[in-house]
Design a protein around this ligand. Structure first.
Ligand code: PGA
Length: 238
Protein backbone atom coordinates (compact mmCIF):
# COMPACT_ATOMS: atom_id res chain seq x y z
CA UNK A 1 0.00 0.00 0.00
CA UNK A 2 1.43 3.32 -1.09
CA UNK A 3 0.28 6.48 0.76
CA UNK A 4 0.84 10.09 -0.32
CA UNK A 5 -0.22 13.30 1.38
CA UNK A 6 -0.77 16.25 -0.94
CA UNK A 7 -0.83 19.82 0.40
CA UNK A 8 -3.93 20.97 -1.49
CA UNK A 9 -7.05 19.54 -3.10
CA UNK A 10 -5.80 20.84 -6.45
CA UNK A 11 -2.57 18.88 -6.10
CA UNK A 12 -4.45 15.74 -5.09
CA UNK A 13 -6.67 16.11 -8.15
CA UNK A 14 -3.66 16.60 -10.45
CA UNK A 15 -1.95 13.55 -8.97
CA UNK A 16 -5.04 11.38 -9.34
CA UNK A 17 -5.46 12.60 -12.92
CA UNK A 18 -1.80 11.70 -13.53
CA UNK A 19 -2.54 8.09 -12.58
CA UNK A 20 -5.55 7.95 -14.90
CA UNK A 21 -3.73 9.72 -17.74
CA UNK A 22 -0.69 7.43 -17.43
CA UNK A 23 -2.99 4.41 -17.54
CA UNK A 24 -4.71 5.71 -20.69
CA UNK A 25 -1.39 6.45 -22.38
CA UNK A 26 0.02 3.04 -21.45
CA UNK A 27 -3.07 1.22 -22.62
CA UNK A 28 -5.57 3.25 -24.67
CA UNK A 29 -8.07 0.39 -24.33
CA UNK A 30 -8.10 0.46 -20.53
CA UNK A 31 -11.22 -0.16 -18.47
CA UNK A 32 -11.64 2.55 -15.84
CA UNK A 33 -13.68 2.10 -12.65
CA UNK A 34 -15.10 5.46 -11.60
CA UNK A 35 -16.64 6.97 -8.46
CA UNK A 36 -19.07 9.82 -7.90
CA UNK A 37 -19.07 12.20 -4.91
CA UNK A 38 -17.32 15.49 -4.17
CA UNK A 39 -13.82 14.06 -3.99
CA UNK A 40 -13.32 13.08 -7.67
CA UNK A 41 -14.70 16.36 -9.06
CA UNK A 42 -11.24 17.95 -9.29
CA UNK A 43 -9.83 14.83 -10.94
CA UNK A 44 -12.60 14.93 -13.55
CA UNK A 45 -11.94 18.64 -14.17
CA UNK A 46 -8.27 17.82 -14.75
CA UNK A 47 -9.05 14.96 -17.12
CA UNK A 48 -11.48 17.14 -19.09
CA UNK A 49 -8.85 19.91 -19.34
CA UNK A 50 -6.18 17.49 -20.53
CA UNK A 51 -8.55 16.12 -23.13
CA UNK A 52 -9.43 19.64 -24.28
CA UNK A 53 -5.73 20.43 -24.61
CA UNK A 54 -5.39 17.44 -26.95
CA UNK A 55 -3.33 15.42 -24.48
CA UNK A 56 -5.76 12.65 -23.63
CA UNK A 57 -7.79 10.44 -25.93
CA UNK A 58 -10.69 8.48 -24.43
CA UNK A 59 -11.96 7.07 -27.73
CA UNK A 60 -11.06 3.45 -26.91
CA UNK A 61 -11.58 3.64 -23.15
CA UNK A 62 -14.41 1.81 -21.38
CA UNK A 63 -15.79 2.97 -18.02
CA UNK A 64 -17.77 1.26 -15.26
CA UNK A 65 -19.15 3.33 -12.42
CA UNK A 66 -19.23 2.00 -8.90
CA UNK A 67 -22.85 2.53 -8.02
CA UNK A 68 -26.22 4.11 -8.68
CA UNK A 69 -29.43 4.75 -6.80
CA UNK A 70 -32.37 2.51 -7.58
CA UNK A 71 -35.49 4.33 -8.70
CA UNK A 72 -33.88 7.39 -10.26
CA UNK A 73 -34.05 7.81 -14.04
CA UNK A 74 -30.70 8.46 -15.79
CA UNK A 75 -31.74 12.08 -16.45
CA UNK A 76 -32.63 12.75 -12.79
CA UNK A 77 -30.24 15.49 -11.61
CA UNK A 78 -29.26 13.42 -8.55
CA UNK A 79 -28.64 10.19 -10.45
CA UNK A 80 -25.04 9.16 -10.74
CA UNK A 81 -25.45 8.75 -14.51
CA UNK A 82 -26.39 12.43 -14.65
CA UNK A 83 -23.41 13.31 -12.41
CA UNK A 84 -21.02 11.45 -14.71
CA UNK A 85 -22.51 12.94 -17.89
CA UNK A 86 -22.24 16.44 -16.44
CA UNK A 87 -18.79 16.19 -14.88
CA UNK A 88 -16.89 13.92 -17.24
CA UNK A 89 -18.61 12.04 -20.05
CA UNK A 90 -19.85 15.14 -21.90
CA UNK A 91 -16.39 16.72 -21.64
CA UNK A 92 -14.26 13.97 -23.15
CA UNK A 93 -14.48 11.78 -26.26
CA UNK A 94 -15.84 8.65 -24.56
CA UNK A 95 -18.28 6.84 -26.88
CA UNK A 96 -21.69 6.71 -25.13
CA UNK A 97 -21.85 2.92 -25.46
CA UNK A 98 -18.51 2.58 -23.63
CA UNK A 99 -19.80 4.16 -20.41
CA UNK A 100 -21.61 2.00 -17.87
CA UNK A 101 -23.47 3.04 -14.73
CA UNK A 102 -25.44 0.37 -12.84
CA UNK A 103 -28.91 0.72 -11.36
CA UNK A 104 -31.54 3.22 -12.37
CA UNK A 105 -35.09 2.05 -12.80
CA UNK A 106 -35.78 -1.68 -12.80
CA UNK A 107 -35.22 -4.77 -10.72
CA UNK A 108 -31.97 -4.40 -8.77
CA UNK A 109 -30.60 -7.94 -8.61
CA UNK A 110 -31.18 -8.60 -12.28
CA UNK A 111 -29.44 -5.37 -13.30
CA UNK A 112 -26.56 -6.12 -10.95
CA UNK A 113 -25.92 -9.55 -12.47
CA UNK A 114 -26.07 -8.09 -15.96
CA UNK A 115 -23.57 -5.42 -14.91
CA UNK A 116 -21.08 -8.01 -13.69
CA UNK A 117 -21.45 -9.93 -16.96
CA UNK A 118 -20.66 -6.76 -18.93
CA UNK A 119 -17.69 -6.03 -16.70
CA UNK A 120 -16.33 -9.54 -17.13
CA UNK A 121 -16.79 -9.39 -20.90
CA UNK A 122 -14.74 -6.16 -20.85
CA UNK A 123 -11.95 -8.02 -19.02
CA UNK A 124 -12.47 -6.44 -15.58
CA UNK A 125 -11.25 -3.08 -14.29
CA UNK A 126 -7.74 -1.96 -15.23
CA UNK A 127 -7.64 1.11 -12.97
CA UNK A 128 -10.19 1.73 -10.22
CA UNK A 129 -10.52 5.24 -8.80
CA UNK A 130 -12.20 5.16 -5.38
CA UNK A 131 -13.56 7.52 -2.76
CA UNK A 132 -14.20 6.52 0.84
CA UNK A 133 -17.19 7.25 3.08
CA UNK A 134 -16.85 8.30 6.72
CA UNK A 135 -18.02 4.83 7.74
CA UNK A 136 -15.41 3.14 5.52
CA UNK A 137 -17.79 2.33 2.71
CA UNK A 138 -16.58 1.88 -0.84
CA UNK A 139 -19.20 2.46 -3.48
CA UNK A 140 -22.30 1.50 -1.52
CA UNK A 141 -20.57 -1.42 0.20
CA UNK A 142 -21.56 -0.43 3.71
CA UNK A 143 -20.14 -1.76 7.02
CA UNK A 144 -20.89 -5.47 7.24
CA UNK A 145 -20.49 -5.90 3.47
CA UNK A 146 -19.66 -9.39 2.29
CA UNK A 147 -16.11 -9.28 0.99
CA UNK A 148 -16.79 -11.74 -1.82
CA UNK A 149 -19.99 -10.10 -3.06
CA UNK A 150 -20.44 -9.45 -6.76
CA UNK A 151 -22.36 -6.39 -7.95
CA UNK A 152 -25.63 -6.38 -6.02
CA UNK A 153 -28.60 -4.34 -4.81
CA UNK A 154 -28.25 -2.81 -1.33
CA UNK A 155 -30.32 -0.95 1.24
CA UNK A 156 -28.50 2.22 2.26
CA UNK A 157 -27.58 2.82 5.90
CA UNK A 158 -29.15 5.77 7.77
CA UNK A 159 -25.65 7.32 7.90
CA UNK A 160 -25.23 7.26 4.12
CA UNK A 161 -28.79 8.51 3.55
CA UNK A 162 -28.08 11.42 5.92
CA UNK A 163 -24.71 12.15 4.25
CA UNK A 164 -26.31 12.21 0.79
CA UNK A 165 -29.35 14.26 1.86
CA UNK A 166 -27.37 17.42 1.09
CA UNK A 167 -27.95 16.77 -2.60
CA UNK A 168 -31.75 16.49 -2.25
CA UNK A 169 -34.42 18.94 -1.03
CA UNK A 170 -35.24 16.70 1.93
CA UNK A 171 -33.77 13.52 3.41
CA UNK A 172 -37.01 11.73 2.50
CA UNK A 173 -36.23 12.12 -1.19
CA UNK A 174 -32.96 10.18 -0.92
CA UNK A 175 -33.54 6.74 -2.49
CA UNK A 176 -33.29 3.93 0.08
CA UNK A 177 -31.88 1.35 -2.33
CA UNK A 178 -28.98 1.29 -4.73
CA UNK A 179 -26.91 -1.04 -6.88
CA UNK A 180 -23.22 -1.22 -6.11
CA UNK A 181 -20.26 -2.97 -7.61
CA UNK A 182 -19.41 -5.53 -4.92
CA UNK A 183 -16.09 -5.78 -3.11
CA UNK A 184 -15.06 -8.68 -5.34
CA UNK A 185 -15.08 -6.88 -8.73
CA UNK A 186 -13.53 -3.82 -7.06
CA UNK A 187 -10.72 -5.82 -5.51
CA UNK A 188 -10.13 -7.62 -8.81
CA UNK A 189 -9.08 -4.30 -10.38
CA UNK A 190 -5.45 -4.49 -11.46
CA UNK A 191 -4.66 -1.09 -9.92
CA UNK A 192 -6.56 0.99 -7.35
CA UNK A 193 -6.20 4.70 -6.52
CA UNK A 194 -8.10 5.78 -3.40
CA UNK A 195 -8.63 9.52 -2.98
CA UNK A 196 -9.70 11.26 0.23
CA UNK A 197 -9.92 15.01 0.87
CA UNK A 198 -10.52 16.73 4.21
CA UNK A 199 -9.31 16.17 7.75
CA UNK A 200 -12.66 14.60 8.54
CA UNK A 201 -11.58 11.61 6.38
CA UNK A 202 -8.28 11.02 8.21
CA UNK A 203 -9.70 8.96 11.04
CA UNK A 204 -11.46 6.46 8.76
CA UNK A 205 -8.44 6.35 6.45
CA UNK A 206 -6.22 5.37 9.37
CA UNK A 207 -8.70 2.72 10.51
CA UNK A 208 -9.05 1.36 6.96
CA UNK A 209 -5.38 1.31 6.05
CA UNK A 210 -3.72 0.36 9.34
CA UNK A 211 -6.48 -1.24 11.43
CA UNK A 212 -7.93 -4.76 11.37
CA UNK A 213 -9.19 -6.09 8.05
CA UNK A 214 -12.87 -6.43 8.81
CA UNK A 215 -16.23 -6.26 6.99
CA UNK A 216 -17.12 -3.51 9.49
CA UNK A 217 -14.69 -1.29 7.54
CA UNK A 218 -15.10 -2.38 3.90
CA UNK A 219 -12.14 -0.21 2.79
CA UNK A 220 -9.85 -2.21 5.12
CA UNK A 221 -9.87 -4.93 2.46
CA UNK A 222 -7.70 -2.64 0.34
CA UNK A 223 -4.79 -3.62 2.59
CA UNK A 224 -4.76 -6.94 0.74
CA UNK A 225 -4.61 -5.40 -2.73
CA UNK A 226 -1.20 -5.70 -4.44
CA UNK A 227 -1.31 -2.32 -6.22
CA UNK A 228 -3.25 0.27 -4.21
CA UNK A 229 -2.20 3.91 -3.82
CA UNK A 230 -3.95 6.27 -1.42
CA UNK A 231 -3.85 10.02 -2.07
CA UNK A 232 -4.87 12.23 0.83
CA UNK A 233 -5.10 15.96 1.36
CA UNK A 234 -6.33 17.73 4.49
CA UNK A 235 -8.04 20.29 2.26
CA UNK A 236 -11.72 19.67 1.51
CA UNK A 237 -12.83 19.45 -2.14
CA UNK A 238 -13.22 22.90 -3.67
P1 PGA B 1 -17.41 12.14 -1.12
O1 PGA B 1 -18.03 10.68 -1.01
O2 PGA B 1 -16.38 12.10 -2.22
O3 PGA B 1 -18.58 13.02 -1.48
O4 PGA B 1 -16.81 12.47 0.21
C1 PGA B 1 -17.18 9.60 -0.90
C2 PGA B 1 -17.98 8.36 -0.60
O5 PGA B 1 -18.95 8.43 0.18
O6 PGA B 1 -17.63 7.29 -1.13
Amino acid sequence: MHFETLSTYEKLSERAADFVAAQILLNPRSVLGLPTGDTPLGTYRQLAARHKAGKLDFSQITTFNLDEYLGLAPNHPQSYRYFMETNLFSKVNLPAQSTHVPGGIGEGDEMAAQYDRLLQAAGGITLQLLGIGHNGHIGFNEPGAIFTAPTHAVTLTPETIAANARFFQTENEVPRRAVTMGMRPILQAKKIVLIAAGEDKLNILQRALTGPITPEVPASLLQLHPDCTTLYTPEKPV
